[in-house]
Design a protein around this ligand. Structure first.
Ligand code: CP
Length: 323
């Protein structure tokens, strides 16, 4: 069965959200538009709507997270769902319980949706394939494979600042090789019709088949960010690196760290993004991270609206199917 079939219900609507791969521009635009309708809720005195009242959402994070886990929880609560946060380190996983047995036990508690982060690529697909028919699965990051809600909150941020994707030049800088975020961003940017996507980094941190992803490749930061509208910086993902791919962090910063003077090569109104966590003085200088062109904390706020959109769309599709 294709990934697309797994993600979409029989009516073609989103049932699981596992990857950007195979999703149409219409579905991605629908997610962005739905998120747009949710942004105002954060400004209200009572920051809640009853869309998922009575639904149970379980956060299953087998890997560390600050932004993704908490914004999923805030988003679920704003939709009035009941939220379970399974603490993996104190769960029976530590006693040898398999992922499938954990899943079956949580399903027995009538969970309607799993939000999954896992170090293994494909873990969210695995859970989606084995979940009960009424259950939705959202991928919150699996290995180096995909982080689709991060990509969508990034697309939301770009659309808010720059409008249409046509005519935009977007640069993604750094450790592309180990980045699930970059993979999802490239797919989303291309699906949404971005004019030019550039990947910039040392040869050792760019995938060998980078050009087949529909991007332009640069090994020099000053050259690569020339005249771009958006600069997306990435963290060095040392937890996924095997062997020495870099001389030192200091040397990496000299060559690929974003500083104020380097940013002058981009367009004057270029925005600077980063999925977080940031490593100051490694991939980005504090002056840039905290500067006027940085939209890094806006990305976090928009993450709530995007996650509300994805969860409500997936649950809406399930409710429709149950009728
Ligand atoms: N961007 C992101 O996934 O951050 P966390 O690891 O803190 O969730």
């Amino acid at each position: 069965m294709s990934k697309q079939n797994i993600q979409l219900g029989p009516d073609g609507r989103l049932r699981h959200f596992l990857t950007i791969d195979g999703l149409s521009r219409e579905i991605l635009t629908d997610i962005l538009d739905t998120a747009e309708s949710f942004t105002g809720i954060s400004e209200r005195t009572v920051k809640k709507v009853p869309l998922l009242r009575g639904k149970v959402i379980c956060n299953l994070f087998f890997e560390t997270s600050t932004r993704t886990r908490t914004t999923f929880e805030v988003a679920a609560k704003r939709l009035s769902a009941d939220v379970l946060n399974l603490n993996i380190s104190t769960s029976s996983t530590a006693k040898g319980e398999t992922l499938l047995d954990t899943l079956r036990n949580l399903e027995a508690m009538h969970v309607d949706m799993f939000v999954v982060r896992h170090a293994d690529s494909g873990a969210a697909h695995f859970i989606a394939r084995h979940a009960a028919p009424h259950v939705s699965v959202i991928n919150a990051g699996d290995g180096h494979h995909a982080h689709p809600t991060q990509a969508m909150l990034d697309m939301f941020t770009i659309r808010r600042h720059k409008g249409d994707f046509a005519g935009l030049r977007v640069a993604i800088v750094g450790d592309i090789l180990h980045s699930r975020v970059a993979r999802s961003q490239i797919l989303a940017l291309n699906t949404l019709g971005t004019s030019e996507v550039r990947l910039i980094g040392p040869r050792t941190l760019l995938p060998a088949d980078a050009r087949s992803l529909g991007v332009h490749v640069y090994y020099d930061l000053d050259e690569g960010i020339r005249d771009v509208d958006v600069v997306i910086m990435l963290r060095l993902q040392k937890e996924r690196m095997h062997g020495a791919l870099l001389p030192s962090e200091h040397e990496y910063f000299q060559l690929f760290g974003l500083t104020e003077s380097r940013l002058q090569h981009a367009k004057q109104d270029a925005i600077v993004m980063h999925p977080g966590p940031i490593n100051r003085g490694v991939e980005i200088d504090s002056q840039v991270a905290d500067g006027p062109r940085s939209v890094i904390l806006q990305q976090v706020s928009f993450g709530i609206a995007i996650r509300m959109a994805v969860m409500s769309m997936a649950m809406g599709s399930q409710t429709q199917a149950a009728k």
